[in-house]
Design a protein around this ligand. Structure first.
Ligand code: GLN
Length: 533
């Protein structure tokens, strides 16, 4: 039978609950346990697929093609788990399933209520994840902040879980903020007390508190938190700001959080070993020999979270190559008005990530032209590949008005919609989603990068390269080195006379890990380092 850890957040959002959850997963895995991680999202959307990045941040795509919360990216990067649709639940999904059951008559005669029908549906989904994953411990992160109206059914379901499963099989961890007040010259525990108080009103008494803090917590502060919040002192864990998120498992380990969890569950496990993680990830990310600047040309660059997996994958490429990757986030619209060579001065590599809609496209195309002409290493991802194709069509093949039909009707639709996409009326969940095989041509850059001829990568797009233009492009110097064989779809394009110019229709960033950088990012950083100005 699985054990369950519920992780809630208090005081404010953005405390790093996802990273805390992933780090707990990491330290438990290092004790030889099989873990599964879940995120419960309180919004009413069925999934984040149709949300604007300004609202939601990155949409993380799983192998099975679910569009999910970006915290699932942290889970996969920190642990050996592979997520699926079972690892992310939204309020929208829960209501959807309850209402469709009601329409079928499954609840005949009954009034459908939040308790027990909605909470039962939530609990069923959590148990389903345990069943499918066969995990020893299921870590369930509850989105939002305690006190929000939206997250109440999730909190209520998690409260009931201990009653259903037994005291020893369920553990509650609450993540809070202990702010340092400059004027008073001390940290304040009151917000944490209030937050735990709110949780207790719901019926949840936390077993562990993780306190996010800028200043170290003294013994007396920990004692105070312990007393007022009714949590054992050793279970008051401090989580200070760190230079790298990859240090957090070590911070928890130092405070024997794994022991606290295991002794609650009465589990006896092998001792943990995070030495390899410390050596190959933490030490390398903190003390790299080299430094390099990579430009990311996007339109949500002012947001931390919109290109989360891309930024992490670049850092992973840096870890592998012993380099600190400084990411220069460039607003693609600024390139439309400004001087490209000025804005991109000093960058050693250019990455154009995925996206939707016409805004900012012309700036991305300008940056790609600059990378192509000046032999600057370039990695294009999804929309980034489509822009590379448009740029090549316009500036090398002489198809001046070439475009994607996503943006304009044009004489030269080098990127267009597949027939099968045209039949969809709904926008939610109807893109080409999840992992597809891709065959790689021998003697290509892609083959050199991947060192194999068949790969599986995750997709999230509607539009594709238009195969009518294949011959012309090949004649002009583009190589189509990756193909989805069943439908002859172009997955990878590369330039022949360039040190590193590769663009892919899929999203390699979702599969990169700190201790195993994705090959495309690893080689991109390597190429950038060797062409450093
Ligand atoms: N908008 C493009 C498409 O739908 C690219 C999507 C993406 O970059 N994820 O095909």
């Amino acid at each position: 039978m699985s054990k369950y850890i519920f992780i809630t957040g208090g005081v404010i959002s953005s405390l790093g609950k996802g990273i805390a959850s992933a780090s707990i997963g990491k330290i438990l895995e290092s004790r030889g346990l099989k873990v599964a991680l879940m995120k419960l999202d309180p919004y009413i959307n069925v999934d984040p697929g149709t949300m604007n990045p300004y609202q939601h941040g990155e949409v993380y795509v799983t192998e099975d093609g679910s569009e999910t919360d970006l915290d699932l990216g942290h889970y996969e990067r920190f642990t050996n788990t592979i997520s699926s649709k079972f690892n992310n639940i939204t309020t929208g999904q829960i209501y959807n399933s309850v209402i469709s059951r009601e329409r079928k008559g499954d609840y005949l005669g009954k009034t459908i209520q939040v308790i027990p029908h909605i909470t039962d549906a939530i609990k069923e989904r959590i148990e389903k994840c345990a069943l499918v994953s066969k995990a020893d411990i299921v870590i369930v992160e509850i989105g939002g902040t305690v006190g929000d109206i939206e997250s109440l059914p999730f909190l209520e379901a998690s409260r009931q879980f201990r009653l259903d499963m037994g005291y020893d099989n369920v553990l509650y961890i609450h993540l809070t903020l202990v702010p340092y007040i400059k004027a008073a010259g001390e940290v304040k525990t009151k917000p944490t007390q209030h937050s735990v108080g709110t949780l207790r009103e719901i019926g949840i008494i936390p077993d562990v508190l993780i306190c996010r803090t800028e200043e170290p917590l003294t013994d007396s502060v920990k004692e105070k938190i312990s007393l007022f919040c009714n949590v054992r002192k050793e279970a008051v864990i401090e989580s200070p700001d760190k230079d790298s998120i990859y240090q957090v498992p070590l911070v928890f380990k130092e405070q024997i959080l794994d022991e606290i969890i295991l002794s609650h569950f009465k589990l006896i496990c092998k001792s943990s070993d995070l030495k390899e993680w410390e050596r190959s990830v933490v030490n390398r990310v903190l003390n790299p020999k080299n430094k390099i600047t990579i430009a990311v040309i996007g339109k949500y660059i002012e947001l931390q979270d919109a290109y989360k997996s891309i930024y992490e994958a670049l850092i992973h490429g840096g870890i592998h190559n012993d380099a600190r990757v400084e990411i220069k986030r460039i607003d693609s619209e600024s390139l439309e008005k400004g001087k490209v060579e000025k804005i991109l001065e000093g960058v050693s590599g250019i990455l154009v990530p995925g996206g939707f809609g016409y805004r900012g496209i012309e700036g991305k195309i300008k940056a790609i032209k600059f990378a192509r002409q000046n032999k600057i290493p370039f990695l294009g991802i999804c929309l980034g590949m489509q822009c590379a194709v448009i740029e090549f069509a316009r500036n090398v093949c002489g198809l001046a008005s070439a475009n994607s039909t996503e943006f304009k009707q044009t004489k030269y639709p080098v990127i267009s919609l597949l027939e099968e996409q045209k039949k969809f009326k709904d926008l939610g969940g109807t893109m080409r989603l999840g992992a597809y095989p891709c065959k790689i041509r021998k003697n290509s850059l892609a083959f050199k990068v991947y060192e194999k001829g068949l790969i599986h990568e995750r997709h999230r797009h509607r539009y594709e390269f238009n195969n009518q233009y294949k011959n012309l492009f090949e004649k002009k110097g583009i190589s189509f080195s990756g193909i989805y064989p069943q439908k002859e779809l172009v997955e990878i394009v590369e330039l022949k006379n360039h040190p590193y110019f590769i663009a892919v229709q899929f999203h390699p960033e979702f599969k990169s890990k700190p201790d195993k950088a994705h090959p495309l990012f690893r080689e991109f950083i390597k190429a950038a380092l060797s062409s450093k100005p």
